[in-house]
Design a protein around this ligand. Sequence first.
Ligand SMILES: [Zn+2]
Length: 152
Amino acid sequence: LVDYLTPEARSILMSRIRGKDTAPEMFVRRIVHSLGYRYRLHCRNLPGTPDLVFRRLRKIIFVHGCFWHRHEGCRFAYTPKTRRPFWEEKFRLNKERDRRHLLMLRRDGWDVLILWECELESPAAAGGRIRRFLCRTKSASKPTHHRQISKH
Ligand SMILES: [Zn+2]
């Protein structure tokens, strides 16, 4: 398989083979850690083996590679020129699987953030997204009730 790939696609593929601890993911872990949150890594008992799981907050962060997960409109989500039908089928299945996992997680009450690899090129913006996501609470979105107490 590897011989069919362009050098660029090959290096992406090899980085996946080397393991889950990819550079984009390490970057996200550092940000989360600096914010003081604790998390579990690669929970295989959850749909899609989420990259970071915050059990108490019931939140999940996925760090998606743009190529494999098909980030729409992204320059990294190109289709290799050779063996197009093979790639198109593979990408279709990847997208379908991601969508299924996301639905399952949301149905089970998980709050899910997907960070794309290319978003991490702007560390400040990515950090802001992560912080807002983790700080957001479900109760905070409820309207506040002001009780009027009148004593007569
Ligand atoms: Zn992207």
